[in-house]
Every structure is written in structure tokens, then in C-alpha cells.
Ligand binder design. Structure first.
Ligand code: AMP
Ligand code: MG
Length: 520
């Protein structure tokens, strides 16, 4: 197994001088060296062939004893020095101080095909940032992170990736519902990959400790390695950097809204500086199209991170980043203006995205209204987002009958559609039909384009749970099947049609399906 190791983070940035692994506040350092914990009986569950190839390994490598040793933390790669990153963050709107990689250990950075990847084990034991927790991860949350990272990638959403998932052979104690009923679960480790795991919180920590020197080192490092087209750092370049982070973050959240992904814990320590979806915890997918939905039971009271709030929360998080890097820029007006632009750009991008979901590509001043009305009607009775938009592409421009029948499969409770609601639907479809007459594309061409933005297959909450339930019993076939179907989310794949279905009733209130906590 040969990896092209090119470490930069732990060679160019200041390290915590303390080498022992006890919990502490770390100052003037971007990371602490730490060695992964040795698992008692590691075994491989699944690897991502695409990611194996991306880092320059072969299928054979992935089956080797060495691969299992490295990606379970049993052994450390030659000439590498694993480390945990130091960062802070705002959690649920409040300053939380130092957080850091409490259970993530970066093994090394590698380069392949001119692309950089950091390889990181999640769940490989304690670090100086573990605070009161154990540094471990359970099988259930690891499967969710593993499957979703790769599914999001194939959906075309900017995301960190996943290379492998292994069982450690150790047991981990968790209180899933935080109700005083802890139980042992199987421990697991996902190897995550990303060009960088830097977060907004990585920059907030040095603003909080007023350590401008390290702050400048970190931002210059980030520009040098990850925003290479920007020039030699200066105040102007820092502003450009911030502008780019806002653009990338906006692109990411527009994708989330397009596919119905709800992150669940959009704290600033979970916001990637590269605009990648990161830290798959109590995330979920909209089943019923409901703007107020969040999968995270920990956030049930205020629903701060509900579906409709995500774009605004990104902006709130960007404000925190702006505050953090302000001392290096000292130009509040320019930062403010970038943030105001975010809001305007969001409106434009959201409209374009929603139009594409409806197959509308020309201009019409009434499009916003048409979309708003649709979003309201969709929420009158529980309507499956994925099925609705996917089936909408079957609509025919010349259709004289009401389009309701082509989307009927999306309704969870058809009997709840009262005459009044039905009238609204009919009216909306009439307007949609009139609007479609303005489009130059044929029905077939429009459907093809719509099917590229409206996925047929997403990782529905209950699907992940089925994979977990089977894996708990030692059967990894569901993980394999979901992994495969989610590789081509926009294709019909008739052999997997059973996954194009509404959430079954048993999953409506089941823990792990509609209710998820941060316990992982
Ligand atoms: P999260 O909300 O999962 O992004 O985690 C917030 C913070 O808690 C991060 O600093 C994590 O590294 C840390 N953390 C979460 N779970 C654990 C754990 N089991 N052991 C140690 N640290 C953890
Ligand atoms: Mg996190």
C-alpha cells in the first residue's frame, strides 16, 4: 500500500508543545499530536471504491491487512505524525469556547492526481479536546456518516467524503435518548477525507484568545493551500477570501434546499471553510415537505436548525467568521457589504434552483409567486418532497386534465386532501401549465433536465436505519445495497425501485428515523 504523503498542516503550522494525551486548553497552536487508540479486534465493513481510487490505492490494497490496520488506528503510517485539530465554535447561537477534534484524528495528508486529501479517523479515541467524552463513535452513527457522505457526493453536493468504515471490536456506552438509559453499542471508525477539515471555528478560536499571530499564520496557510488562485496575503486578499467562503457556503446550502437535506447541527464548528457539508450527525431528509422540520431532537424546542432556516443560519455563521477575521482586515464596511450580498445572492440562487426543479428555464416575473404558492400547498397535507418533484417531470404541457394524478403517489394521507385543497392544487397546475407554454423545450427535454436536479433516490431516514439494524446483527448487505443505489441518485435504476417510496408508517416516530439526537 503506497500513499503519496504530503503533510502541510502539521508541518507548517504551530503545534501544541505538550505531547501527552490529557484534556486541556491549548494556546497558540493549531493542533496537538496524538496517536490513535488501538482497537481490540478491528474488522472491515465497507470501503468506497471511488475514494480508494481517488487517493491512489487499488482494490487489492483495500483488502490488505495493512489497510485495516491503518484505517482502524491499529498502526500508524510510516513517516506520519497524526494530530487532532484545535478549534472553537458557536453552538446553538452561543459561544462555546474551545472544542477541537474530540474524537477525530488526522492521519496524514496525501496528494494524488493533483488533488490533496486529509485522511481522518472519526472515533479513534481520546484527544486533548475530548472534554468529558470518550473519543469513540458507535456503529449506528458511523454508518450514517459513511453512507451519507458518499451519497451527497454523488448527488453533486459539496461534501467531505468517506473512505472506509470498520468495526473496532470494542463496546461503547451511549444514552441515545439522554433519558438515563445507557446501553453498550458496537464501536466503529469511519475514515473521512477532505482537502481540509478547517472550520469557521478554527478561525474563531484565535480571535477569542486575541492571538493575531497564529490567526494570520492559519489564514495565510489556508489561502496558500486551498485558495491558491488568490495572491500574496493582504487585507484585500483576506476580503476576497471571505467573499469566496460566502459564495461556497451559499452554493452548499442551495444544494441542501434543492434535495431536502437538513444538517441538524449547523454550529460554527460544523461549518467547513471550503463550503463542504461536514459532520454528519443528527441530519435528516425531508420526507413530508415541511419547512419547519428538524431531525434533531436536541433542537426540538427552538428548531434553530430547521429546514427553512438553513440559509439564514449560514449567514449567521458567516457573521461569526467575519468577526473572527476582522482584526486582520479592519474594514467592517466591506465585510458587511459581502454579507449583505450573500442575502441578495441567496434570493437569486434560490429562485433559479426552484425554477430548475419545476423545469422553468425562461424568465417570467410571476415565477416567485408560482413557487411560493406551490411551497404553501405542498405543506397543507403531508407530501413527499422527493417523490413529488421527481414525478412532476412526467407532466405534459398539453395535458388537459389536472396534473394532480401524476403526483398522487407523493401524498401520505390522500384522504386529508379536502375539496378546498384540491381546488388550490388544480388552480396551481393550471398556472403551471400556462407557464410551461412559454418554455421552448419539449416535454421530454424538460423531463430530462428536471431529472438531473430532482433525485430519485436519497438516503431516507428509515433507509439508513434499516442498514443499521441489519449491520447490528452482522449483516452488511443493506449498507452495500444502499451504497450502490445512491451512486446514481438521478438515474431510474428499476432494480432499486423499492427505495423510491414514501417513508413506511413504522418509521414515522421511530428513534433513528424521525428522531435523532446528538448521541453518537
Ligand atoms: P459535534 O456536535 O458532533 O460536531 O461535536 C461537537 C464537539 O464535541 C466536537 O468538538 C467533537 O469533537 C466533540 N465530541 C463529540 N462526540 C465526542 C466523543 N464521543 N468524544 C469526544 N469528543 C466528542
Ligand atoms: Mg463537529
Amino acid at each position: 500500500m503506497k500513499l503519496n504523503i504530503k503533510d502541510t498542516f502539521n508541518t507548517e503550522l504551530p503545534a501544541d508543545p505538550v505531547l501527552e494525551n490529557y484534556r486541556r486548553q491549548v494556546k497558540k497552536a493549531c493542533f496537538s499530536f496524538v496517536t490513535p487508540r488501538k482497537p481490540s479486534k478491528p474488522s472491515l465493513i465497507h470501503v468506497s471504491p471511488e475514494m480508494i481510487e481517488a487517493i491512489g490505492l487499488s482494490e487489492e490494497d483495500s483488502k490488505s491487512e495493512e489497510f485495516l490496520s491503518i484505517f482502524s488506528g491499529k498502526e500508524v503510517l510510516d513517516n506520519t505524525k497524526p494530530y487532532a485539530m484545535c478549534y472553537a465554535g458557536h453552538q446553538f447561537g452561543n459561544w462555546a469556547g474551545q472544542l477541537g477534534d474530540g474524537r477525530a484524528i488526522n492521519l496524514a495528508e496525501i496528494e494524488h492526481d493533483s488533488k490533496k486529501w486529509t485522511l481522518q479517523l472519526k472515533g479513534a479515541g481520546e484527544t486533548p479536546y475530548s472534554r468529558s467524552a470518550d473519543g469513540l463513535a458507535v456503529l449506528r452513527s458511523s454508518i450514517r456518516e459513511y453512507l451519507c457522505s458518499e451519497a451527497m457526493f454523488h448527488l453533486g453536493v459539496p461534501t467531505t467524503r468517506a473512505l472506509s468504515i470498520v468495526l473496532t471490536g470494542d463496546e461503547v456506552l451511549r444514552d441515545v435518548l439522554y433519558n438515563g438509559n445507557p446501553a453498550y453499542e458496537k464501536g466503529a471508525i469511519v475514515c473521512r477525507t477532505s482537502p481540509s477539515f478547517l472550520r469557521f471555528g478554527s478561525f474563531e478560536i484565535f480571535a477569542a484568545s486575541q492571538d493575531l499571530g497564529t490567526q494570520k499564520q492559519l489564514i495565510d496557510f489556508t489561502i496558500k493551500h486551498h485558495f491558491q488562485h488568490l495572491e500574496t496575503p493582504s487585507k484585500e486578499v483576506y476580503l476576497q477570501f471571505f467573499k469566496e467562503v460566502t459564495t461556497k457556503s451559499l452554493e452548499m446550502v442551495i444544494h441542501w434546499q434543492r434535495i431536502g437535506f437538513v444538517h441538524g447541527v449547523m454550529n460554527t464548528d460544523n461549518m467547513s471553510i471550503l463550503g463542504l457539508t461536514i459532520d454528519y450527525g443528527p441530519y435528516g431528509w425531508l420526507e413530508g415537505y415541511d419547512h419547519g422540520w428538524t431531525p434533531n431532537t436536541t433542537d426540538n424546542t427552538h428548531k434553530r436548525y430547521r429546514f427553512e432556516a438553513q440559509p439564514e443560519i449560514v449567514q449567521w455563521n458567516l457573521y461569526q467568521l467575519a468577526n473572527a477575521i476582522f482584526p486582520l482586515i479592519e474594514d467592517a464596511k466591506s465585510l458587511e457589504s459581502i454579507l449583505i450580498h450573500y442575502r441578495m445572492d441567496f434570493k437569486t440562487a434560490y429562485l433559479e434552483m426552484m425554477k430548475s426543479k419545476l423545469g422553468l428555464f425562461s424568465e417570467d416575473e410571476n415565477d416567485s409567486k408560482l413557487i411560493e404558492e406551490l411551497e404553501q400547498i405542498l405543506q397543507l397535507t403531508e407530501t413527499d418532497m422527493t417523490i413529488f418533484f421527481r414525478n412532476l417531470s412526467n407532466y405534459l404541457k398539453e395535458e388537459k386534465v389536472v396534473g394532480l394524478s401524476i403526483v398522487s403517489e407523493a401524498f401520505y394521507q390522500p384522504t386529508e386532501i379536502t375539496t378546498l385543497i384540491e381546488e388550490r392544487w388544480k388552480k396551481w397546475f393550471l398556472q403551471y401549465r400556462v407557464r410551461l407554454q412559454k418554455e421552448a423545450l419539449s416535454d421530454h427535454e424538460r423531463a430530462t433536465k428536471m431529472n438531473r436536479v430532482n433525485p430519485k433516490y436519497v438516503l431516507r431516514n428509515y433507509m439508513a436505519q434499516l442498514a443499521i439494524d441489519a449491520a447490528d446483527k452482522g449483516d452488511y448487505s443493506v449498507i452495500g445495497e444502499l451504497f450502490d443505489v445512491l451512486k446514481k441518485p438521478y438515474e431510474e435504476q428499476p432494480e432499486y425501485q423499492k427505495w423510491f417510496a414514501k417513508r413506511p408508517e413504522w418509521a414515522r416516530h421511530k428513534v433513528g428515523c424521525s428522531m435523532l439526537s446528538c448521541s453518537s
